[in-house]
Design a protein around this ligand. Structure first.
Ligand SMILES: [Fe+2]
Ligand SMILES: [Fe+2]
Length: 227
């Protein structure tokens, strides 16, 4: 790959940077602009709490994690609910199981964005349907962001190339598929993250023989403009 192509690739599909914390948590971080996506590996027995100026939201991919936002606590199981911690709101998590937990966390701060959250800081599924034949999706909706979990069917299941005014970010959480942004194609597998700015052309195809799964974020919401 020549340097220009490499720079473009890194814009849409950044190489993850590993962060290792004293409490044993490992995070793979990717970033574009003011948004950071973290794939977090939380060992059994770990507990932490903090706050920061970025808004943060996330969900559990595997295992069970007790998540606390501003004193409201929930036991999250894989893909069941999305927590939202607005800027400077205390939040934390405890892994009281005997298994490692894998979670996705997204941190973002833009001065012009208003980071709302539901009353008790946890979003339940808003709608489940087929976006395209065989492509089952589940939506979680807040005023400034929409989360869509999507199954991409095997043997050619496709989200055709398209563009829109919403920013879109996605993480592969199962199987593998090809993601193309502005003509740059990347083979997504577990943990791979893509970043797509407004009006950049993008699409996905799963050429493998097993279904794949992704978490996709739309800013602002694309399919449901309000809750
Ligand atoms: Fe945080
Ligand atoms: Fe899109």
């Amino acid at each position: 790959m020549n340097k220009d192509l490499m720079d473009t690739k890194n814009l849409y599909f950044p190489e993850p940077v590993l962060k290792e914390w004293d409490n044993g948590v490992k995070q793979y971080s990717t970033k574009r602009g003011n948004t950071e996506v973290l794939i977090s590996y939380v060992p059994p027995g770990t507990t932490f709490k903090h706050k920061h100026k970025e808004a943060q939201l996330g969900m559990v991919i595997s295992g069970e994690l007790l998540v606390n936002v501003a004193g409201y606590e929930r036991k999250l199981t894989p893909l069941d609910s999305v927590y939202i911690a607005p800027p400077n709101v205390l939040h934390g998590a405890t892994n009281c199981s005997n298994q490692e937990v894998i979670a996705i966390d997204v941190k973002r701060y833009n001065e012009n964005e208003k980071y709302t959250a539901p009353n008790e800081y946890f979003l339940e599924p808003f709608e489940k349907r087929d976006l395209l034949p065989g492509m089952g999706v589940t939506f979680f909706v807040e005023d400034w962001i929409e989360v869509m979990i999507a199954e991409i069917p095997s043997n050619g299941g496709e989200m055709p190339q398209h563009k829109h005014k919403n920013e879109q970010i996605g993480i592969c959480i199962g199987g593998d598929y090809e993601m193309t942004i502005e003509g740059v194609t990347y083979n997504m597998n577990f943990g791979s993250t893509y970043f797509c700015e407004p009006r950049e052309v993008h699409g996905a195809i799963n050429k493998s023989d097993h279904a794949s799964k992704s978490i996709n974020l739309f800013l602002p919401p694309r399919y449901h403009r309000s809750k």
